[in-house]
Ligand binder design. Structure first.
Ligand code: ADP
Ligand code: MG
Length: 462
């Protein structure tokens, strides 16, 4: 009938608009590479901030002692402690706690947010067991993973440039987030200090380097997305500081803000962006990361309900509620392997209150998930190719057996198997079978927190 025909039209148009043929991904990788150069050349030279992190040495494996990390960056906030055993000792023990951030604190005041964090930190410290040892008279030291763009002037301080991912605490913008945290820590009477302020990408890279000395870059695919890599200081024209011994500097790309005319954008993306807290910004993030993928899918289903009456003459009201459909629900539907797609059916019922869906309709919904996840993961692979190109590691290495490890962290990559499989296959497609032998993507679960603790350890001067 006509209505089904319209649904198929919408689906086909979506597929065409979201297409990411290899040639297009290569152009996107080239554009990423160009923007990386521009961002390194001058402050404000590109949409890519290419932030200098003041991390010029990564962990060596010799780190020793008890260190804490705070990881703030998305829906959850984590506190962890690790006891490091020094050379050959490795990680002796570690513990963490995870607390969700009350939504009102994500858009409240700086003091409220940091006080909440300090309170959770205090609770966690008070539960420290005998397994963890801090020498008498020594302060407990913290690596602070803060996954928003920050302009640093030192390793242990930095001013917040802007919020992303649903946070919007106006009075914190421009302030030193370490100072804000330290104020709250002192208020709570905690005897601790922050040694290192790191982005989650940088933490993940540090964590990756601890286990793989060939870790060269890190990617986050969670609520948001970002990347960091090791750059030669000589290749950073905007760096006017002293040349570090290593000759290297970790760069936090803030690639979520990447944008290029080659990016395949649809009407759904434009509408999501317009309704977001940060219109016009973080466009790459808005098409590839976990906070947004489910929302894009919802918008497509909603259009089908409105224009093709996919669920009858009336549009189910729940379909119109922004962000009601989350990416974990999307991946559950996408992974549904039952013959009658009953996971899809029950999700449609529980989330959107749409009952009795036909198998045909469920298949269309899965196809929408597939199109949106495929576009996102292929674009993420193109971004990785851009970094590899910048580092000169996108082709077959002259060094026999050389491996380049890319440390990966984030719930999207970890749990959304169709997404991560597609990303790996796409990277292989882009660099070719031979070069892909030397590139290893390694999931480092919670790498960002542990990495921050490792950096705090390697920077400790006590
Ligand atoms: P954050 O990025 O907030 O630091 P995580 O790395 O844990 O946190 O990632 C959480 C995000 O990962 C969620 O917001 C969600 O988008 C995504 N995610 C979590 N579980 C799944 C899942 N099963 N399938 C798809 N995406 C998931
Ligand atoms: Mg995280």
């Amino acid at each position: 009938c006509r209505r089904w025909g319209r649904a198929m039209e919408i689906l086909q148009e979506l597929e065409e608009k979201c297409a990411t043929p290899t040639w297009k991904l290569k152009r996107i990788a080239d554009a990423m590479n160009v923007e990386m150069h521009a961002g390194l050349a001058s402050e404000g030279g590109s949409k890519l901030k290419m932030l200098i992190t003041y991390v010029d040495k990564l962990p060596t494996g010799n780190e020793e002692g008890l260190y804490y990390a705070l990881d703030l960056g998305g829906t959850n906030f984590r506190v962890l402690r690790v006891q490091l055993g020094g050379k050959e000792g490795g990680i002796v023990c570690q513990e963490f706690t995870e607390v969700s951030i009350p939504p009102n604190l994500m858009v409240g005041t700086s003091t409220e947010l940091f006080d909440y964090i300090a309170a959770e930190l205090g609770k966690f410290v008070s539960e420290e067991s005998e397994d963890f040892k801090v020498p008498p008279g020594r302060q407990r030291e913290i690596g602070f993973t803060f996954s928003f763009p920050v302009m640093q002037t030192l390793i242990a301080s930095g001013n917040l440039i802007k919020w992303t991912k649903g946070f919007n605490i106006e009075d914190a913008v421009g302030k030193d987030v370490v100072e804000e945290l330290m104020k709250a820590i002192r208020e709570r009477g905690l005897d601790m200090r922050v040694n290192a302020l790191v982005n989650d990408t940088v933490g993940t890279l540090a964590g990756g380097r601890y286990t793989h000395k060939n870790a060269i870059a890190a990617i986050i695919l969670g609520t948001g997305t970002n990347a960091a890599y090791v750059e030669r200081v000589q290749a950073i024209p905007k760096w006017h500081g002293p040349l570090p011994d290593s000759g290297e500097m970790v760069i936090n790309m803030e690639w979520g803000n990447f944008r290029s005319s080659h990016l395949p954008l649809t009407e759904y993306d434009h509408s999501l962006d317009a309704e977001s807290l940060n219109p016009g910004e973080q466009i790459f993030e808005k098409i590839i990361s976990g906070m947004y993928l489910g929302e894009i899918v919802r918008k497509v289903i909603c259009k089908m309900a409105e224009e093709a009456l996919l669920f009858g003459d009336n549009v189910p009201p729940k379909l119109k509620v922004p962000f009601i459909f989350r990416t974990p629900d999307m991946s559950a539907m996408h992974h549904d392997s039952s013959a009658d797609l009953n996971v899809v059916g029950s999700k449609l019922k529980n989330i959107f209150e749409i009952s009795d869906t036909s198998l045909e309709v469920r298949k269309v919904v899965v196809e929408i998930c597939n199109i949106i996840a495929t576009r996102g993961s292929r674009l993420a692979a193109a971004g990785i190719l851009g970094i590899l190109k910048k580092m000169g590691k996108d082709s077959v290495s002259d060094v026999k057996g050389e491996k380049n490890v890319i440390a990966m962290d984030g719930g999207l990559y970890e749990h959304y198997t169709e997404y991560s499989k597609c990303l790996e296959n796409t990277l292989k497609e882009l660099v070719g079978d031979d070069a892909s032998e030397s590139i290893i993507i390694e999931l480092s679960k919670d790498g960002s927190g542990i990495g921050a603790a490792l950096l705090a350890a390697s920077l400790s001067t006590q």
